[in-house]
Design a protein around this ligand. Structure first.
Ligand code: FPP
Ligand code: MG
Length: 312
């Protein structure tokens, strides 16, 4: 999957490498525990979104690079906090900070990365970018909170699931594309299209990502009763009662495959991807090409899910 992403990223390769350097510079500052290993992983989808929307090409596009680094750092800080909420063990193939160093250290590390990101945003000198980030992060907190409440009370529904992922995930992709546009002073109409394209992209992304999660036997969200679309689809058809423990994740997967839960879910993701493509079609030609290229990352994720679903 990473190889295929690299191919899509080819036109922004130089800028993306500079983003990686900017991230390392930012997190290399004196925080008492090593944060670097955590930042070496990741698919870099959000900074790529910023760079494509900003029409960045190389490392000389300094403001686009910084905006992209800021968005990745906001995402990273949210993952550090998410891992505390989820009591996760692993993140990006290394030990999660809460697991390695304890929750109190992880809370502070997440706060630190977040505040570094905000300072980076402030340093851009484009106030609407800071405002956009603040709105997005507020949404992310609300989405994460709704998910936590739904998990505690086990009152998930497909409708609630859509609302949760809209807030916790789609909002940041929407913001990432819009921020890319803000870097180069795009028109309000274009900014609106970029935002809505990113939102539809983010919905498709999270739905696909949650399919992969259902195969995580040790540390996944489904394992912890944080349900996503394939299982919720089954529940709403009376095929399973997710509020009653007893069924193993393997059995749930089998049933989901048999009852067409994955097929339905991939169809929903494909509809959001199509919506993103239609919206992107309305962008000015100079932006459209890059965004359409970025949207190909959804095909890569979808292929990845298909591979997991087709064993052997
Ligand atoms: C990962 O989703 C988590 C999110 C998309 C959002 C998390 C948001 C917060 C913790 C709010 C606080 C935000 C900031 C910026 C301080 P997931 O759990 O579905 O993905 P995973 O399987 O990779 O954990
Ligand atoms: Mg999580």
């Amino acid at each position: 999957m990473f190889e295929a992403l690299r191919e899509v990223y080819a036109p922004i390769q130089g800028a993306l490498e500079e983003v990686n350097r900017a991230i390392v510079r930012i997190v290399d500052s004196p925080f008492p525990i090593p944060l670097e290993p955590f930042f070496q992983g990741g698919k870099r989808l959000r900074p790529a979104a910023v760079l494509f929307a900003a029409r960045a090409r190389g490392p000389e596009d300094r403001r686009a690079v910084q905006a992209a680094a800021v968005v990745e750092l906001v995402h990273a800080s949210s993952l550090i906090h998410d891992d505390i909420v989820d009591q996760a063990i692993l993140r990006r193939e290394v030990e999660a900070l809460n697991y390695a160093h304890g929750e109190s250290v992880a809370v502070l590390a997440g706060d630190y990365v977040f505040v570094r990101a905000l300072r980076g945003a402030y340093g851009l000198g484009i106030p609407p970018i800071v405002e956009e980030l603040l709105i997005v992060v507020q949404d992310m907190v609300v989405g994460e909170f709704w998910e936590e409440m739904a998990t505690r009370d086990q009152n998930f529904s497909t409708d609630m699931y859509h609302r949760i992922i809209g807030k916790k995930t789609a909002s940041l992709f929407a913001g990432a594309l819009k921020i890319g546009g803000l870097v180069r002073g795009a028109t309000p109409e274009e900014l609106d299209l970029l935002f809505r394209t990113g939102y539809a992209y983010g919905m498709a992304f999270q739905i696909l990502d949650d399919c992969v999660d259902l195969f995580d036997e040790t540390d996944g969200d489904a394992k912890k009763g944080r349900w996503s679309l394939p299982a919720l689809y089954l529940q709403e058809r009376g095929k399973v009662d997710l509020t009653r423990p007893g069924m193993s994740l393997g059995e749930l997967r089998e049933l989901t495959l048999k009852e067409g839960g994955f097929q339905h879910t991939l169809g929903v993701a494909a509809r959001f991807a199509e919506e993103a493509r239609t919206l992107a079609g309305g962008l000015p030609a100079e932006t459209r090409e890059g965004i359409q290229r970025f949207l190909r990352t959804l095909d890569i994720l979808s292929d990845h899910v298909q591979t997991i679903l087709t064993p052997g």
